[in-house]
Design a binder for this molecule. Sequence first.
Ligand code: C2E
Ligand code: CA
Ligand code: CA
Length: 626
Amino acid sequence: MIIYISDIRPSIAAIIVARRAQLSVRISAAGVILAIFHLQTGLVPAIAWSVLYTSVQLLEYFIFRKIDETQTMTRRAERVFLALAMANSAAFTSFGLLLAASGNWGVMCAGIIWSGTISHATMNSGGSRHALQCAILPPILAFFALPEFILRDGGGIADCITVVAAGLLNGFGTVAMWNVYQNLLKSATNARELGRLAQYDSETGLPNRAALKQRIDGLASTPSGIVIVAAIGIDRFVHLRDAIGHAPMVELIAQLAKRLSRAFDDMPVMRLSSGHLGLAFVARDMAEAFHMAGTLQGAVTRPLQLRDTHVDVSVTIGLSEAADALQHAADLAILDRALIAVEQAREARRHIARFDAELYGNPGATLSLMSEMSRAFDNGQMTIAYQPKYDLRSGAIVGAEALARWNHPERGALRPDLFVEMAEETGHIGELTEWVLRRAVRDQHHLLAVGFNLSIAVNWSGHLLDDVGFTDTALQIARGAAGKLCLEVTETAIIGNAGLARQTLERLRAAGLTISIDDYGSGLSSMAYLKNIPADELKIDKAFVLNMATDPVDAVLVRAAVSLAHSLGLQVVAEGVEQQAALDLLGEMGCDQAQGYLIARPMPLQDLMAYLRDRRSTRQTPNYSG
Ligand code: C2E
Ligand code: CA
Ligand code: CA
């Protein structure tokens, strides 16, 4: 885009800067005028005039010395400048008037005519140096003819010198100012063009991150509602780009941006990174923000037209709000939080998500949280929730998984995956697992005392597999168990740690503990490792189970996992069973156990006992028997 000079209106600030640059010219001019003046009017009026004129110049300089051309001036400052400009003009006019009063009318008239023509010439030059030179030439020639008339009119040589010198000074002053002004205009144009380029993505021509930041700042002053940033991640971006090529991909992004923008009354859509677009808007609350994100998503349900083909595009949207309470703790800009939210949404297999600081982890808070954990074990903040494991053949609850729960007094219920990960990273996982194991063993005794013999499963972090000392402690605790204990270890932990992990698992197994491979299928690992792992149970990750009743691909994968596990002599547990149809399907596939919200949510020990009693008294028949 070309910016025309006329785009940039001469601002008062720019004029001030131009005038400041030639202050010395004006003051020296006043000195020269003083010298010529006293020939005509005598020394006192000449000095009085020079002092008056110079003071106006200095006053202007001091008042506006800090102004730069990019500044927007206040109305009051503008008025002060205009008043000074008037005083300047008056000072010059008074020069002519004084001369006229001393009997030299010609000087005044010449001054007026000269000023008029030279301003006219400057204005007509249209910003071109050559045009200015041409426009100024005729008045200069005419001007040099003046002495002839002065002399003919009875004036002396002094009058001629006064008129010509004053006129030239005036002329040079105007041209010098014009020059400075043109240069300023040029640099302002450059600055603006650079600024414009800095705000646009060079590939698509869409506004970029910097532009979005500016928009966020602009919206921040909106009195009602909250400022929301929506980062829009193009799903499978890299695959898509590889499939259709780079240039068509750029075109596709531009089209997508247009589509999204239209969904919201032409709201500006920016490009945040190669695979992310973004926009900022004001919403009443987060619920409305989600609704608006839904509208954006709806806008891309129709395929995009690319040259002569249609391309299906889906997006994942991450939201963040400016006034996020955890903003400072996490020390992330609103924009980055929105981008992280896209990843969080993808991880949770959701289409839209809001930035979750807790999930992201707050490095500053980790250490203090971990130092609080040891106390949480004793002061009742840390508890265990048990989630029943249901036997598909007998229809009985045969076990329960112990899941840690931390109810923090300030931060509320903390997500277990968050504090478990923190504990792993900071070396506190042994402490947590030991506490859970002791509790589980104690609770198993309580359960047995009221007539329920359950296998209790404890989650075993991969970090513990190469800790021989910890294994010793665990085995000692396990010896006091009232029934079966099961350790759930994630498949990734076992594979990433093959040597020692195997030995540890063998030791635990030899002592009578059951080993379950947790989150099976989530790690994209090869199946070959399965036959080398000393395990008893395979737990299919809930990601495949949640939608298996409606998604035929998931169903095929679950069926394959069940038969693979059975052929290796492993029991199979499906976790994340939320629908009756899924439970029926699992039964039909020959899966051994199921766990999920359909059967029961994780609950405190007392509730588990009540639940088990309730089932016993109503003599629940299995949902499936086969
Ligand atoms: P996990 O071992 O895969 O635990 C299963 C998670 O799925 C639990 O989340 C459970 O509440 C949830 N869940 C159970 N049934 C359903 C269902 O039908 N639908 C859905 N959508 N979810 C279901 P929770 O309790 O938030 O635990 C998250 C993770 O934290 C656990 O995943 C486990 O890896 C870890 N964790 C929890 N407690 C401990 C612990 O004591 N030690 C260790 N090392 N890790 C733990
Ligand atoms: Ca588990
Ligand atoms: Ca699991």
